[in-house]
Ligand binder design. Sequence first.
Ligand code: ATP
Ligand code: MG
Ligand code: FE
Length: 336
Amino acid sequence: GLLLAIETSCDETSVAVVRGGREVLSNVVSSQIDTHRKFGGVVPEIASRKHVETMTIILEEAVREADVRLEDIDAVAVTQGPGLIGALLVGVVAAKSLALALDVPLIGTHHIAGHIYANSLIGDILYPSVALVVSGGHTEIVLLEEEGKFRIVGRTRDDAVGEAYDKVARALQFPYPGGPHVDKLAQEATEEVALPRSWLEPDSYDFSFSGLKSAVLAEINRSRMKGETPDFSALARGFQQSVIDVVTGKAIRAAKEFGARQMMLCGGVAANRGLRERLAALCEEAGVPLLVPPNKLCTDNAAMIAAAADLKWRRGQFSSLDLKAEAVMSLEDWSV
Ligand code: ATP
Ligand code: MG
Ligand code: FE
């Protein structure tokens, strides 16, 4: 069957048409980054308005590109949460209208389940599986004992990785979103400033990045106080190495403890080259196959929402038309 999916949780308006949960016929993404950049971050009110302006166009484009007719759509999926409430609402209203007009089932979908199941678009997921979710708003280690059953074994206690990247990037005078700039600078660096690793309790899979971010800011201030120019590239490298050590270290430990047959890397920060390379090396060493979606499927897009929604569709688990957008939403409770 044909599933049409809508994603509007943050600053990307996206609509995809996916056949049989795997075959992406179209995945149109309209990013608002240029609009938000001048404010140094996503402005929620502007995001909602932009989604309203863009939705119809993107919807038509996705259907046209998929080369199907709207009447051929068999179900409609939408990101229900978590995310910016005003932004989510635009997608939810569009999805409900469409489901009602076409008289097809509606599937409210969890955004992070989408980031994880983006991996099902590139390969077969083997269970038990461990997903390392690193995005702008989330940093989590998720255990999937079986398909569609989510258990969060570790999460950040303060900033998400992407958020820490963006904050450090700002201190290094890069525009929003700064993650890719810090990544590039770190790759090119020849020196490295030693920064702390936040391992927390020995058996914990949780994360904390605010101390690391503060350490970067403190280094910059210290240099300036001494009348020196801070070495931004050495700082970027130190920051990136600390992040990579901790997230990959914990993900691998989880994979071993839970006997994972598969590791999945997902979320926007999965685009980070240093992170991909290190995790690939560690997985190889541990004999655990690694799935990493291409960048286009790592950042927010509707095809990943279709991939997750397919879990519920196949089981006949639909949402009612009074579905509500949820700014905060439990991944575990969304399990099939
Ligand atoms: P969430 O999915 O948690 O709601 P989000 O959807 O806003 O958050 P994504 O779009 O998945 O987040 O990821 C965006 C984040 O990824 C930004 O913080 C950005 O700086 C970061 N990012 C993108 N590329 C890289 C990179 N190469 N290195 C580090 N960070 C990166
Ligand atoms: Mg985004
Ligand atoms: Fe996201």
